[in-house]
Design a protein around this ligand. Structure first.
Ligand code: SF4
Length: 619
């Protein structure tokens, strides 16, 4: 059953180690002896896939079960795909090099809308029927998860089922159910299996729902088709993160990957309430781990991997209640092993700069801050909760501590944005530059301004708003370029508006986009998240052929009572909360963080019977 990849092929592709497996900590089990086999897939290249924390955890969770096995598979880069197709090699797993079509379950992590075409391409390379409705009895169950599953509708045609929310527990329930069904001789075939899967909390079976449309294209109704299909599928989550499984022995790659270090997850959730941020809603509430647990896990992971860097990975790691003692004790405890600590995200305050100073004692590369918007009004609209004074204090503290390079992240195209708000970004960049002169008495700072285009996401207070069209975004980018180009100490980077626009189409899309995906894939769409491969013309042609327009999905204001394509998939936050947050956004009113402040009644805690877990008193 093993797929033999000729050395001649590996010698012709770049980075052959992407395809050979055999890394440290890769799990090897006897494939044929397992009750259930799961291929864990990320629809992007190896270096991206190997950096996904969720899949690392699921790999460990499944492989901890004696009769279950999980192996990895990523999207072959275009050179390898060419070779595989020419040699008629099917897509195979990295551990046993078994064809993916021989697994019981193939699970895709859906992190980004522009990776959807790669899902189709990987299924095709694996020889698995693309459309779930046409998949044969002996073919694997194709499942999905990750943030995009919260509006899985554009992918509904291709998935047998999707996991909504955190997968650690439900993936085992799903695998056990598949194992039992296999052992019993597959009673009722795939149809019966799907009915049983639909009864699991957090499992969504798209084929068990019918979607009807109004004449103008809006969704009319989403109707469950069986008793097993719940009217609303609620997300799964772990109430006690302290007791949750961890990727204690992660696979260590031979080649550089995006996050080539230990990833220590301090907590899940972020309740700062930025109104554009989907993660801030779908991962609610905040649940911290205890410091003792983290210290113990960090030590074990360092021992198991030999890595010399540990990254504190959470949505906003600087918010961890016991961060100072944790960092000090990690540094002390891991000193002998030569392991350093890094913080991927900083808050905009001098406390965070002090902390960055503590972890980056020698090398002062650059510090990154994300004010997100250039004026106070705009930051209030998005509920960013930082002032210009906060930013200036933070950058001054950074300059005083020895940094001279600062990166600033912003968005344009936000709801209610005016040209004044856009130009406020340039003003802020100049103020940061001048702050260096104030602190150091001379010029010498370098400021990078990175501007992305806002994409409204489902389950956020901005899920009803229109996204800027390309011409308007280009005009605003030009405004900034004109204001910034004269200053050589400022570098201005902006995100390609076309990719953001297409991301917006699929983020709030409905099932009819499945046809578009299929057509675009047939026309050659793949690796759309990589600018060198994104072909806007293909997507426009596919949309036109399917009789749809991108503007309908991206540029349209939804009525507040419109049936949204993701209405039957719940993250726990109720529509009333999101509506209220939208109204507060328009009025530029602030909603405080519920983590240590008042509950803002988003609905998640009572609905899912969980609560915020915060160890501030221990700090
Ligand atoms: S229910 Fe209240 S405490 Fe819980 S996440 Fe929502 S706002 Fe925060």
């Amino acid at each position: 059953m093993k797929v033999e990849v000729p050395a001649t092929i590996l010698s012709r592709v770049i980075k052959p180690a992407r395809y050979t497996g055999q890394e440290l900590n890769a799990v090897r089990k006897e494939f044929a002896a397992m009750d259930v086999t799961v291929a864990l897939a990320l629809p992007d290249v190896y270096e991206v896939g190997m950096s996904n924390l969720g899949l690392k955890i699921l790999y460990q969770v499944i492989n901890a079960q004696e009769a279950m096995l999980a192996e990895r598979v990523y999207a072959p880069w275009v050179d390898m795909e060419r070779e595989m197709r020419a040699a008629q090699l099917p897509l195979y797993s990295l551990e046993s090099q078994v064809p993916i079509h021989a697994f019981d379950v193939v699970g895709f992590s859906l992190q980004y809308e522009l990776s959807y075409s790669n899902v189709l391409n990987m299924l095709d390379l694996a020889g698995i029927t693309l459309l779930a409705a046409e998949r044969g009895e002996a073919e694997p169950l194709v499942i999905g998860g990750g943030p995009c599953a919260f509006n899985a509708e554009p992918m509904a045609d291709f998935f047998d089922c999707l996991i909504i929310g955190e997968g650690e527990e439900v993936v085992l329930e799903l695998a056990a159910l598949v194992g039992r069904w296999k052992k019993e001789g597959r009673p009722g075939g795939r149809k019966e299996l799907l009915l049983q899967l639909a009864t699991l909390e957090g499992v969504y079976v798209p084929s068990l729902y019918a979607v009807s449309y109004e004449a103008d294209g809006r969704v009319k109704a989403i109707t469950p088709l069986s008793d097993a299909s719940k009217p609303v599928v609620k997300k799964r989550l772990l109430a006690d993160l302290d007791a949750a499984p961890v990727a204690m022995t992660p696979v260590v790659p031979y080649i550089d990957v995006v996050h080539d270090r230990i990833m220590l997850e301090l907590f899940r959730g972020c309740t700062r309430g930025c109104r554009f941020c989907q993660a801030g809603v779908i991962y609610r509430p905040v649940r911290e781990k205890r410091m003792e647990t983290l210290l113990n896990q960090a030590k074990q992971m360092a021992d198991a991997t030999g890595y010399n860097e540990i990254s504190l990975t959470s949505l906003s790691s600087a918010d961890y209640s016991c961060l100072h003692p944790l960092v000090s004790q990690l540094q002390e405890g891991l000193k002998e092993q030569g392991v350093s600590v890094s913080l991927p995200s900083l808050r905009i305050d001098s406390f965070s700069v002090e902390l960055a100073n503590q972890v980056q004692e020698v090398r002062k590369s650059s510090l990154t801050f994300a004010p997100e918007a250039g004026t106070q009004r705009m930051r209030d609209v998005i509920n960013k909760g930082v002032t210009e004074e906060d930013l200036m204090n933070a950058v001054k503290a950074a300059f005083a501590a020895g940094w001279s390079t600062v990166k600033l992240y912003f968005m344009i195209g936000l709801p209610t944005e005016t040209d004044e708000d856009v130009l406020g970004i340039a003003d802020l960049a100049y103020k940061v530059l001048n702050a260096y002169k104030e602190v150091k008495g001379r010029r010498g700072a370098k400021v990078t301004v990175s501007v992305s285009s806002f994409v409204p996401k489902p389950h956020t207070p901005f899920q009803w708003v229109d996204q800027h069209g390309m011409a308007e975004l280009a005009r605003k980018q030009q405004l900034l370029r004109d204001r910034l180009y004269r200053e050589r100490s400022i570098t201005f980077n902006w995100h390609d508006a076309k990719t953001s626009f297409m991301e917006g189409v699929f983020a709030r899309g409905d099932r009819r986009l499945g046809k578009v995906l299929y057509l675009a894939w047939q026309k050659g769409a793949k690796f759309d998240g990589w600018s060198e491969y994104f072909r806007y013309d293909i997507w426009l042609a596919a949309l036109a052929e399917a009789g749809l327009t991108p503007e309908f999905y991206a540029s349209r204001v939804r009525e507040m009572d419109e049936v949204l394509p993701w209405q039957h998939l719940s993250c726990g936050a109720d529509a009333a909360f999101l509506k209220k947050e939208y109204q507060k956004a328009v009025a530029a009113e602030f909603t405080p963080d519920c983590r240590r402040g008042e509950c803002s009644a988003c609905g998640v805690c009572p609905d899912l019977k969980v609560k915020v877990v915060d160890w501030e008193d221990n700090a």
